[in-house]
Design a protein around this ligand. Structure first.
Ligand SMILES: [Zn+2]
Length: 316
């Protein structure tokens, strides 16, 4: 028994650098980044954040900060949760290429997508986001900043509010160097103005929060789960070979379908049954979500998700 535990611990020690989890401490202590960027396919890099809530230990690097080295400049996906993270990512980019950063794309209006924008604006880099994400950030940015300052304490130093400098509605196509980059909005997903970055020639999608797999997806007050399932069909139609999700390791469509679309369908099914039985919100919190209990952030989110789906479905 003892040997097995030890063997398991050793195996774990060997594989742990590749695994982001709530239980795993900072993988890159020399940097405020939670993990060092890895090259996922040629010229497309991602610093995979912790699949945990944001906190001082991960500096708010709990989402993926990606960049594309096009040959004629670098495109960064996500500003990061604070100026220090944006700067740390820039240091990593400089180790990989001499090409200047030409554009930053924010995948939505969340703090970890936009709060590092101030750093990039200071470097004169334009910042692109969806029009709804820009409006949402405009409305809520003081709270978003205050939340980040609460957990990041001294690491929040230097962060200033900066929204995107450019917005788009359905699609923005960028031809740069060796890449054709299609930035798309497919309609409602997890929050207003969720976008994804599609590289058709490489069949890789940087999906933002359209797609989850290692951590349980969050359902917010303004998350339209029925709309998310509709948007999913357009996402699926890309037939992407590779997926860099908003959170967690690069993966493929089968895996994100299982933990995003299938989870939404499952949870909505559980709640529909409850509604048919005439049960109330108190019962909704306790619907069986055990098939998803192994996902990171399950403890923090499962009950809340069920409650929110109940409140939405009552009026559908
Ligand atoms: Zn996110």
């Amino acid at each position: 028994m003892r040997f097995q535990v030890l063997a398991a611990a050793l195996m774990f020690a060997v594989v742990s650098p590749a695994v982001a989890s709530e239980d795993i401490p900072d993988q890159y202590p020399q940097s405020v980044l939670y993990a060092k960027p890895v090259e996922v396919i040629p010229y497309v890099w991602s610093a995979i954040g912790a699949t945990a809530p944001p906190g001082y230990d991960n500096s708010g690097h709990n989402n993926n900060l990606s960049f594309i080295v096009t040959g004629e400049g670098v495109i960064v996906i996500n500003g990061g949760a604070c100026t220090q993270l944006a700067k740390a990512l820039h240091e990593e980019i400089k180790q990989v290429t001499d090409e200047p950063v030409k554009l930053v794309i924010n995948e939505n209006s969340q703090g970890h997508a936009m709060l590092g924008n101030g750093y990039w604006a200071e470097q004169q880099v334009p910042i692109l986001a969806h029009v709804e994400a820009a409006a949402e950030f405009e409305d809520r940015s003081p709270q978003i900043l205050a939340q980040m300052e609460t957990y990041n304490k001294d690491k929040a130093a230097g962060t200033v509010l900066q929204g995107p400098s450019e917005t788009f509605e359905d699609e923005k196509v960028i031809e740069m160097g060796r890449f054709r980059i299609e930035v798309k909005n497919f309609g409602p997903a997890h929050s207003p103005g969720d976008i994804l970055v599609w590289l058709p020639e490489q069949s890789l999608v940087i999906s933002g929060d359209m797609a989850f797999h290692e951590r349980l997806l969050p359902i917010f007050d303004d998350t339209d789960t029925a709309g998310w399932l509709e948007s999913w069909e357009s996402f699926e139609a890309l037939q992407a070979t590779y997926v860099i999700p908003g959170h967690g390791h690069p993966t493929n469509m089968d895996q994100v379908r299982r933990y995003t679309k299938d989870y939404l369908v499952y949870l909505r099914g559980q709640i529909a049954t409850l509604l048919e039985e005439g049960k109330g919100l108190e019962d909704a919190f306790y619907v069986d979500q055990s098939p998803y209990a192994h996902l990171d952030t399950f403890e923090q989110l499962a009950k809340r998700n069920a409650g929110r789906v109940f409140e939405q479905m009552e009026f559908e």
